[in-house]
Design a protein around this ligand. Structure first.
Ligand code: NAD
Length: 270
């Protein structure tokens, strides 16, 4: 008898399952019934997978080859791979944003009715309400070259690319949820606070250790584990979230709630 979180007899695609959140998701999916897992990454995951397709999410030709190689139907796409701004801004935009869009749109026709797309965004991408029109303009750009030109014309807004790439993912999650709904596929994202993964030292460099520690202090001092985030991803991919669509779900132990209600202490940042 299957339950709403059941993944047995499902086929899922996961990007970035070699380490961190994606690796934790492999373990959780095993606990939830052990679906068939097709992993797309630059490194082969050691966890339980059925098929590995070496894929550079920052390269359109590599993503296109992966889309061709994936046989349908699939039930869930987890767009989880991401890099920090220790990389050049164009690479950050290519992996975190362009590759995610290309894979989502390329695989949508292969996703079953009732299926789901779950993206890993970030609370770092939560500033889009201040410039929604620009983000909509940016995510409407098709070609990578045009996008990189747009980014250099909007250098102040785009910054090092990380937060802005996650703004693109958050806004795209809301916008593309309408198109995916037409195919009876739900699209949502998780927006995590800092997570204890191999990416954390990179964020300590690019966003400063002080800012990262301050953020964690504001939410009780305990950093999220990869499993905390992967559990929420598994919910968004499962039938348990059957009526959830177009949502950017903060998985941040209340950080955004405290910010909205004026309960964040900025003195530690000074
Ligand atoms: N760690 C944090 O504090 C934090 C906070 C919020 C959001 N996130 C997001 O969580 C997601 C997972 O990151 P993580 O923290 O588990 O880090 P991680 O570095 O452990 O995992 C990233 C995964 O992506 C893969 N990857 C990297 N570049 C790739 C490429 N070009 N093509 C394909 N795969 C590639 C890596 O091999 C790895 O498996 C990312 O999207 C990240 O932006 C992380």
């Amino acid at each position: 008898m299957s339950h709403p979180f059941d993944y047995s007899n499902k086929r899922v695609v996961i990007t970035g399952a070699y380490s961190g959140v994606g690796a934790a998701l492999l373990d959780i999916l095993t606990e939830l019934g052990g679906p068939e897992v097709i992993a797309l990454d630059i490194k082969k995951p050691e966890g339980p997978i059925t098929q590995f397709i070496e894929t550079n999410m920052g390269k359109a030709s590599s993503v296109a080859a992966a889309i061709d190689a994936i046989e349908g139907p699939i039930d869930v796409l987890f767009n989880n791979a991401g890099i920090a701004a220790t990389h050049p801004v164009e690479d950050v935009m290519a992996v975190n944003w362009l590759g995610l869009r290309q894979l989502s749109e390329g695989l949508l026709p292969k996703i079953k009715k009732g299926g789901a797309i779950a993206n890993t965004a970030s609370i770092a991408g939560g500033q889009w309400p201040g410039h929604l029109q620009e983000v909509l303009e940016c995510i409407a750009i098709e070609s990578p070259e045009e996008l990189y030109g747009w980014c250099s014309d909007h250098a102040e807004l785009v910054g090092d690319g990380y937060a802005f790439s996650k703004e693109c993912v958050q806004v795209y999650t809301m916008k593309s949820a309408k198109d995916s709904l037409a195919a009876s596929v739900r699209t949502n994202s998780v927006c995590p606070a800092p997570i204890d993964t191999p990416l954390l030292p990179d964020f300590n460099k690019t966003m400063s250790e002080k800012t990262m520690t301050w953020t964690i202090d504001q939410i009780g001092g305990t950093i999220a584990t990869p499993r905390d985030i992967a559990l929420t991803l598994s919910f968004l991919g499962s039938d348990a979230s059957a009526y959830v669509n177009g949502v950017n779900l903060n998985v941040d132990m209340g950080f955004n709630a405290f910010m909205t209600t004026g309960q964040i202490d900025f003195s530690g940042l000074a």
